[in-house]
Write a protein that binds this ligand. Structure first.
Ligand code: ADP
Ligand code: MG
Length: 241
């Protein structure tokens, strides 16, 4: 089943007198459990597309289904609830609260899930900090962490609510290549281990390489879509895995 489906989705922005067509007639189905890259140059509409999928923004026309449910016509409260339970976000600039420690940042979205007790919340926080390899840094604030560590906190925060979908807008753009590769590999491991669907944007061809689904967009339109067969791709050593 598709976890995300967009049907004839367009998005216009009005800037003063000008109309900007950010997305034009996008139809796209995203299967549950994929590791999907949205690739395209700057200004092609990647962030707009992720914001629509994440119900942060609404389309000018067309229909969006998340987990089989049409999200148009929902109230802001209903959308906020859907986001809190179904979708995790990772941003290019990490977007951590600077005054909160790593563990408090990870705990933050859990405060919206009223059914969790304090001890369940603490267990989740330590579980996901451990998954991203930061148990020892739980009390550190963001300015006491490296860029890669900050992004790991952001990943733990995105996962803590156990969402079905994680959206990541250019998650490696502010990291050096080696650190970025580590972050991508961590996301990929989580995708493999938990089956969480990852949808991330990038304009870096090395990042695209790691995806098993690739959607190229340009000028707000889908140019190509690729399905990559993991099993048949050559490994780093040049062998067929
Ligand atoms: P990308 O993430 O691929 O760089 P964006 O989705 O941010 O692209 O932007 C797509 C187009 O929409 C660009 O032309 C951009 O200037 C325009 N745009 C994005 N957000 C807004 C906004 N809030 N108001 C007006 N124009 C916008
Ligand atoms: Mg962008």
């Amino acid at each position: 089943m598709s976890i995300v489906r967009l049907e004839n989705v367009s998005k216009d922005y009005t800037l003063g007198e000008q109309q900007v067509q950010a997305l034009l007639d996008i139809t796209l189905s995203i299967d549950d459990g994929v590791f999907l890259a949205i690739a395209g140059p700057s200004g092609s509409g990647k962030s707009t597309l992720l914001n629509l999928i994440g119900c942060i923004d609404t389309p000018s026309c067309g229909k969006i289904l998340i987990n089989g449910q049409d999200v148009s016509g929902r109230t802001p409260d209903q959308l906020s609830d859907l986001r809190a339970r179904t979708i995790g976000f990772i941003f290019q600039t990490f977007n951590l609260f600077p005054v909160l420690s790593a563990e408090e940042n990870v705990e933050y979205p859990l405060l919206q899930l009223k059914e969790l007790s304090t001890s369940e919340r603490r267990d989740r926080v330590s579980k996901y900090l451990s998954i991203v390899g930061l148990s020892k840094f739980a009390r550190h604030r963001p300015n006491q962490l490296s860029g890669g560590q900050r992004q790991r906190v952001a990943i733990a925060r995105a996962l803590a609510t156990q969402p079905k979908i994680v959206l990541a807008d250019e998650p490696t753009a502010n990291l050096d290549h080696k650190t970025g590769e580590g972050i991508l590999q961590l996301m990929k491991d989580i995708n493999g281990n938990f089956g969480t669907t990852f949808i991330f944007s990038t304009h870096d061809s090395r990042v695209m390489e790691m995806a098993n689904r690739l959607v190229h967009i340009e000028d707000g339109q889908i140019i190509t879509q690729e399905v990559r067969d993991e099993e048949k791709r050559p490994t780093a050593a040049g062998r067929i895995a």
